[in-house]
Design a protein around this ligand. Structure first.
Ligand SMILES: [Zn+2]
Length: 273
C-alpha cells in the first residue's frame, strides 16, 4: 500500500509536470473504484488548465482553473504514471487524463480500492469531503508537546497510537516500525507512560524517517511505482520492517515479529524498551 512518502513522491513528480498543462481529453475504462468514478464531471473538465498539485494525508489534490479539484487516493494498489499518448492501455488502466503536451496521466488500480472524485474546495483550499484530518506529521503542529498532551492516560500501545489517523495522518505501518526502532521505543509500550522527552524524540524520529524516505522516493514493497515508473529505494534501508529472524543491526539480537492492532509489527527486544 502506498504510504505517505510514496504519495509525496508522486505529488512532487506531478508538480514538475502538471502545472499549466491543459486537459484535452478524459478516457475512463471502468465505472467505479471504491466509489463511482464521476465520468461526466471529469469530461466537463476537458479544456481546464491544471494550476497546482497538493497533497493532504494520502490524498493527491490536482487543482484546476475551473475552480474544482481532482482528489485522487491510490488505495491499496493504485499507481499514477505519466506515459506517452501512444502507449497502449493495459487491463487495469482505468482512467487516462490526456494533456496538451502529448502525455497522458494514467491511473491504474488492479484492486480498485482507490478513489478519484471531483470537488470544489472552499476559499482557503480546504476540502470538506476529506473530513477533519489530523495534523500532517511533517507540520509544526505535530510536536513533542502535541504527542505528550494527547497521550496522557492513554493505554493503547504507542505504535497503534501513532498510526491512528485521528492523531496524526500518514504514519503507516512501515514507518511506524522503523521510527520506533530508531527511537528505541518498544511498539507495545503504553502510550501514556511515554515521558515528555521520549515523546519529543519519537516525533523528531518520525519526521526524520519520513523526510529521508521522501528524499529517496518512498519504500516500494510491492505495488507502488513513482510517477516515472521508477521504484522507491527506502526499502533497502529498512532496519526492522519485514526482517523477523534477522539480526538487529545495532545489537545482534533476533528481530521479533508480533501482531499489534491487526498489523505485523517488527522490533528488537533488546534495543527497544
Ligand atoms: Zn537490537
Amino acid at each position: 500500500m502506498p504510504e505517505l512518502p510514496e504519495v509525496e513522491t508522486v505529488a512532487a513528480a506531478l508538480r514538475e509536470h502538471l502545472p499549466e498543462r491543459q486537459i484535452i481529453g478524459v478516457v475512463t475504462r471502468c465505472e467505479r473504484l471504491r466509489r463511482p468514478i464521476p465520468i461526466a464531471a471529469l469530461q466537463n473538465e476537458v479544456n481546464a488548465v491544471i494550476c497546482g498539485v497538493r497533497r493532504r494525508a494520502k490524498y493527491l489534490l490536482i487543482d484546476l482553473d475551473s475552480g474544482r479539484t481532482m482528489v485522487i487516493h491510490l488505495g491499496m494498489s493504485g499507481t499514477l504514471r505519466l506515459v506517452p499518448e501512444n502507449e497502449t492501455a493495459e487491463r487495469h488502466d482505468h482512467i487516462d487524463i490526456k494533456l496538451d503536451d502529448g502525455s497522458v496521466l494514467r491511473y491504474r488500480d488492479p484492486r480498485r480500492f482507490g478513489l478519484v472524485i471531483l470537488v470544489t474546495p472552499d476559499a482557503d483550499g480546504q476540502i470538506a469531503e476529506l473530513g477533519n484530518l489530523a495534523p500532517e506529521p511533517l507540520s509544526k503542529e505535530f510536536s513533542g508537546e502535541y504527542l505528550y498532551n494527547l497521550s496522557r492516560k492513554r493505554t493503547s500501545p504507542i505504535k497503534t497510537f501513532i498510526m491512528d489517523q485521528r492523531r496524526v495522518v500518514g504514519v503507516g505501518n512501515i514507518y511506524a516500525c522503523e521510527s520506533l526502532f530508531r527511537a528505541r521505543i518498544r511498539p507495545t509500550l503504553k502510550t501514556g507512560t511515554l515521558s515528555r522527552k521520549r515523546c519529543q524524540l519519537l516525533v523528531d524520529t518520525i519526521k526524520a524517517v519520513l523526510t529521508e524516505a521522501i528524499a529517496i522516493g518512498g519504500t516500494t514493497i510491492s505495488d507502488f511505482y513513482g510517477v516515472d515508473g521508477s521504484e522507491g529505494k527506502f526499502a533497502l534501508k529498512l532496519k526492522v520492517y519485514g526482517r523477523s529472524g534477522d539480526i538487529c543491526p545495532e545489537c545482534g539480537t533476533s528481530i521479533k515479529k508480533i501482531t499489534l492492532g491487526g498489523r505485523s509489527t517488527f522490533y528488537c527486544p533488546k534495543c527497544q524498551k
